[in-house]
Design a protein around this ligand. Structure first.
Ligand code: SF4
Length: 204
């Protein structure tokens, strides 16, 4: 498969769940993300296997409108901290923070205006969610209708898994026919990194 490097993130983003796809698009549009967006995205990238060095390359090149000096002063430390490269003994011993689960993203630090973090199934209006989904290749009215109903009944995971199944329909069918997928692999996705891993494995 493809290497997990800074320059491959654009390509790998086809396997991202909507929360991370939205962060990635916002980053590419604005050449910037606010604090919780950087944190949520950094930890996800760490979780997919991007190492610290490559993660620093990724953020430095993505924040294309600022100088090296500004980057080093304002952003470098937090990325290193998330990887446990700096900070207190406990942070270093544990290797920094763990990537956020859906539960955490759904319930903590609700995004405010100008923020790109959070879970689109929960935090977007249905209209903005539909726009994001269509831009990500989800145009089937039945799927969009299902997502709307999931959202209304606050079953955000269901919406996310529905979209996963739709976007990987052909691969899932093939894997099932080949008997490749185990029952455990077909359990409901409750972590963005699990979404990525499953999508990546199905397409490689
Ligand atoms: Fe991301 Fe989880 Fe929301 Fe899916 S349900 S978009 S993986 S936070």
């Amino acid at each position: 498969g493809a290497e997990i490097t800074a320059r491959n993130i654009d390509n790998l983003s086809q396997h991202f769940p909507m929360c991370m796809a939205h962060l990635h698009r916002s980053l590419r549009r604005d050449a910037h993300l606010k604090h919780f967006g950087r944190l949520q995205y950094t930890l996800f990238l760490k979780g997919i296997g991007l190492n610290l060095e490559e993660c620093l390359v990724f953020w430095r090149s993505s924040f294309s409108k600022i100088t090296d000096d500004t980057f080093n002063k304002e952003y470098r430390y937090n990325v290193r901290h998330a990887y446990g490269d700096v900070g207190g003994d406990a942070n270093r011993r544990s290797g920094g923070y763990s990537p956020y689960s859906c539960q955490k993203i759904l319930t903590e630090h609700a995004p405010g205006p100008g923020d790109a973090h959070g879970c689109p199934y929960r935090h977007f209006s249905m209209e903005n969610l539909a726009t994001l989904l269509r831009a990500s290749g989800v145009t089937d009215p039945k799927v969009l209708q299902g997502v709307m109903e999931d959202k209304e009944s606050q079953k955000y995971h269901m919406a996310c898994n529905r979209v996963f199944e739709h976007l990987h329909k052909a691969e899932l069918k093939r894997a099932k026919d080949d008997g490749v997928m185990t029952a455990a692999q077909l359990e409901t996705i409750v972590h963005p990194n699990e979404y990525f891993k499953r999508s990546y494995l199905l397409k490689h």
